[in-house]
Design a protein. Structure first.
Length: 114
């Protein structure tokens, strides 16, 4: 299912990007993708328990880590084929691990390297 989702994530927006701006495609995708989880998030009341700095951290992760990253990826589909975009996306975990070792001083154990 994950593979099907990844392929759909790269192929479905391509025809839409020819007609609509990237922000519209991503906005509608995020809105429609979030609707099935809306009842669960309202039921748990998790966000009502957060204090200001925690809420600011969550909003930062949502905006920078999700919205900006998604906008960049979907916008790249205007210039790259879906295959090339997927191959480049496969390097993300590798670069995240490499940067965490180089800049954050993380130690990798053998299992993580494998």
């Amino acid at each position: 299912m994950s593979g099907v989702g990844q392929v759909a994530y790269s192929l479905l927006p391509k025809p839409l990007l020819k007609e609509y701006p990237t922000t519209v495609v991503v906005g509608w995708g995020m809105l429609l993708g979030s609707l099935p989880l809306l009842p669960a998030s309202l039921r748990d009341h998790l966000f009502y328990q957060l204090i200001n700095w925690q809420l600011a951290n969550v909003l930062f992760i949502v905006v920078v880590g999700t919205v900006v990253a998604c906008l960049c990826y979907i916008n790249s589909l205007k210039f790259l084929s879906a295959t090339i975009a997927q191959i480049l996306g496969l390097f993300e975990p590798l670069t995240a691990a490499l940067f965490s070792v180089l800049f954050l001083g993380q130690n990798l154990v053998l299992v993580e390297v494998l």
